[in-house]
Design a protein around this ligand. Sequence first.
Ligand code: UDX
Ligand code: ADP
Length: 467
Amino acid sequence: MATQVKKICCLGAGYVGGPTCAVIAYKCHDIDVTIVDLNDARIAAWNSDQLPIYEPGLDKIVFERRGKNLFFTTEVEQAVIEADLIFVSVNTPTKKSGLGAGFAADLAYVESATRQIADVAKSSKIVVEKSTVPCRTAESMRTILEANSNENIRFDILSNPEFLAEGTAINDLLNPDRVLIGGLQTEEGIRAQQALVEVYAHWVPKDRIITTNLWSSELSKLAANALLAQRISSINALSAICEATGADIDEVAYACGRDSRIGPKFLKASVGFGGSCFQKDILNLVYLSEQLNLPEVAAYWKQVVDLNEYQKKRFVSRVIKTLFNTITNKKIAILGFAFKKDTGDTRESAAITLCKDFIQENAKVRIYDPKVSVEQIFLDLSEPGVVDNTKYLKTRVTITKSAYEASEDADAIVITTEWDEFKELDFQKIYDQMHKPAFIFDGRLILDAEKLRNIGFRVHTIGRAEI
Ligand code: UDX
Ligand code: ADP
């Protein structure tokens, strides 16, 4: 008989823990879900009308279940004591110093959350690793928990990686392609695995719930992200060939994607992938391969990230070259700062690299994004710890309230995020207020280049030769 889960606690109210557990509460009215975080402000926001993250459809779900079977609190201890099942959904940033700096994940938060569970638990728990973590992290969590268990308290570890993408998180959670649950293949491990299967089975068809051993589950998460990012780097590598030859990357992607073995998704060329996962997970995979003494494998995956950096630099060079080899004091309107549309998240956004490079070249950068706050943009562009360059930044960077304001007197427009509203802009109006010649660099292939050329724009698109 599988253990029945009645109370769930989630450690970490971030991009992963918040939406995932809100959806569990929404779909399982018989389960109490408490999401805890050490960050008071974040919890206060989850309890307010203005949720701390923007995700279409999230408000409705939270507002419907909050206070009924969905709770947000900073009372970590109490929530852990009461829970049958605990999701560990804390941050796992890339290490900034020490062994594996720049590659390995910093597991300090995972370890401290695990120790916290061990310290306060008064009954047996199923502990679920939800943060993306390097392969075999569950092993360390298990060692810590087992060293703290006794005949009355046992801890079962599961790995349940989250595959949601930002901007579509709620739909991804409501209709997942699959749910993956890894566990130790012991009698107790399988029982714990079944308990979590039953939670998801409230709304996910059973044939979409995959159970594997612990290590397969952990590796699958890194592998899935590496494979997706690899497709983008592949298409971006081809976009460079297109620009040099006159082929059109959208046509190439369409022609290739029609092969049912390849498929059409994740073949959109861009100014480079961003987001909190792709780069981090690949670097983790690189580090893991090196640790396992597999340098060729490490080099193979590393190239996916290197190509992404190259794509951003290549785009910056194209802008500078086109603007007569200098952008000093030229006004460049940056449309989009989030790493993709429908999210306010800027982590690893290509726009950050581009803006920093433009500022370095003494350009005046005018940024508009429909969802990213002014504070966030300055935070991303400043270099804390080196020198406080905020004052200088403010002389170079203006954040505007619309695309029209950003492009006033601009020499060039650069599309960095594929927000739908950019397709609907009145480009005649924009053209009329720009310096001439007026340039547009479409880093997302979202604009109708022909129409823009007819207005008078000089248009440069990723993956297409200059005309
Ligand atoms: C990704 C994975 O998709 C998700 O399964 C995992 O759980 C977390 O990481 P996310 O980072 O939210 O999700 O966004 P995703 O839609 O995958 O896009 C990542 C980046 O790739 C974005 O910058 C996006 O603009 C870019 N991208 C995506 C492309 O440049 N071209 C494409 O064809 C697809
Ligand atoms: P992710 O994108 O993986 O969800 P985030 O950084 O958005 O990552 O969220 C992780 C959250 O986990 C942060 O809000 C952080 O305050 C929280 N956190 C870190 N350690 C603990 C802990 N021991 N207990 C509770 N919350 C924690």
